[in-house]
Ligand binder design. Structure first.
Ligand code: GTP
Ligand code: MG
Length: 442
């Protein structure tokens, strides 16, 4: 037994009043072991104290004014423990002390709620915070919460962005409950309605990066916008990666030439970044290619976790390295290959959603930053949820990215770009070419 317990025990034995509450779970366990008290494997501090008291005959027979409340809390927490355990938190919860920590953290997070959080803090939404938000939705009792968590819908985003049918199928909830949950989650996240004044304030500061093609720029209202996540989607060889290379060069141009006088951060998930192409594109614009290459910060993402981490880490580089453009080529390739099958849908969609929100948050915080992602059209609708004729990633990407551009092949070097679903841009098309010098006029 730990020394502290011995000391306490000796002292307490003298006056027969051991202060069990003051002991750690470990010490309580040792104390119980000494008294030959059997404890359940994942006993909480309260349980242990109760068992010790029962064993020693010191448990009050008459329930105190607080005992009902305590009991309620216990049931509440017990349900949550089970939910946490199912989320493979056994290791942390195995040890009673760690378990206590989980709930202490949760309490502390209440205090933090009203504070402005930094990008780093907000991008690491802890699981218990997400669960708390779900629990706070109207109509979500313990039973509903457990069903949602078991099916992987443990955040407002996971509920709001997942089609109702899938939520119903995976969680076993009814149609009406699901519809209400989705509506409430969307309301909480502010999906669907935004203040016009806010949007106007935001849009007044928008700058643009040229694509090197007048028609293409016009299609985009002047070029790739800052403060937004722009998504290029299309089949293979439609020019997504070529456009990404071109933007890395163009973002470095003076503002009067269609640049942002800033640097680029390139997150390459497919290993298709080619410095040779940058050199060709820089030379075509009479730029010093060495300087251009130096101003492109490159990160190769080897898997989806690494990709998420690179984006989170980029938050610290933006100001330091004067980053004005972040590229993710491609956005969901890793997710698609790593999470196969319908059973993984909820967690995959949630991860993609969080990833996009990390990117959107970067745009919210840095209004002079443009984020551009690519997305390959899926030819296997059964493998990845979403309409294969639009883009992969399902509703998550559709809701997350602000501007979406569909690319398709034309004759020879020609490619056709079409803006899809952009609120302020007509659904018109532009023709551009891919040449040795990069993106050009037909
Ligand atoms: P996936 O990543 O496979 O989905 O395709 P993507 O849309 O990223 O295609 P990418 O941007 O890599 O475009 C490939 C196309 O660019 C090819 O069809 C080539 O024709 C064209 N391309 C690449 N480099 C050159 C070049 O140096 N000269 C010319 N003329 N065309 C090029
Ligand atoms: Mg590509």
């Amino acid at each position: 037994m730990a020394k502290a317990v011995e000391t306490k025990n000796n002292r307490e034995n003298e006056d027969n009043m051991i202060d069990l509450d003051a002991l750690t779970v470990k010490d309580l366990k040792s104390y119980a072991a000494e008294k030959n008290i059997d404890l359940p494997s994942k006993a909480r501090k309260k349980d242990i104290i109760k068992l010790i008291k029962e064993n020693e005959g010191t448990e009050s027979e008459t329930p105190s004014a607080n005992s009902d409340a305590d009991h309620e809390e216990y049931d509440d927490e017990k349900e949550l423990i089970e939910a946490f355990e199912e989320l493979e938190y056994e290791e942390e919860l195995e040890d009673g002390e760690d378990f206590e920590d989980v709930f202490i953290d949760e309490d502390e997070s209440d205090v933090e709620d009203n504070k402005a959080v930094s990008i780093k803090d907000s991008s690491i939404n802890s699981l218990d915070e997400c669960i708390k938000a779900v629990k706070a939705l109207p109509g979500v009792g313990e039973a509903t919460l457990n069903k949602l968590i078991k099916a992987g819908f443990n955040s407002l985003e996971a509920i709001a962005y997942t089609p109702p049918k899938i939520i119903q199928e995976d969680s076993g909830l009814g149609e009406k409950s699901t519809a209400k949950l989705i509506k409430a989650s969307m309301d909480k996240l502010g999906i669907g309605f935004k203040s016009g004044e806010e949007i106007w304030e935001h849009r007044k500061n928008i700058a643009r990066v040229t694509t090197n093609n007048k028609e293409f720029d016009d299609l985009l209202g002047g070029g790739i916008e800052t403060g937004s996540v722009t998504e290029f989607f299309g089949e293979f060889r439609t020019g997504k990666t070529q456009i990404m290379h071109q933007l890395c060069v163009n973002v470095q141009l003076p503002k009067e030439q269609g640049g942002l006088e800033g640097n680029a951060l390139y997150i390459d998930t497919e290993g298709t970044f080619r410095p040779e192409r940058i050199i060709q594109m820089a030379e075509a614009l009479d730029l010093d290619y060495k300087k251009i290459l130096k101003n492109i910060i490159f990160g190769r993402a080897y898997n989806s976790d690494h990709q998420i981490l690179l984006v989170k880490d980029s938050a610290n580089l933006i100001k330091e390295k004067n980053i004005k453009l972040i590229i993710v080529d491609s956005l969901i390739g890793h997710f698609r290959s790593e999470y196969v099958g319908r059973g993984t849908l909820a967690s995959r969609q949630q991860l993609i959603n969080q990833h996009i929100h990390d990117l959107l948050r970067l745009c919210d915080i840095h209004s002079d930053l443009a984020v551009v992602v690519t997305n390959q059209v899926s030819s296997k609708p059964d493998v990845f949820y979403g309409n294969p004729t639009t883009h992969t990633g399902g509703h998550v990407v559709a809701h997350g990215t602000t501007i979406r551009i569909f690319l398709r092949k034309g004759k020879g070097e020609q490619r056709i770009a079409k803006v899809v679903d952009a609120p302020n841009l007509p659904e018109s098309e532009a023709v551009f070419t891919i040449t040795e010098g990069g993106i050009g006029e037909p």
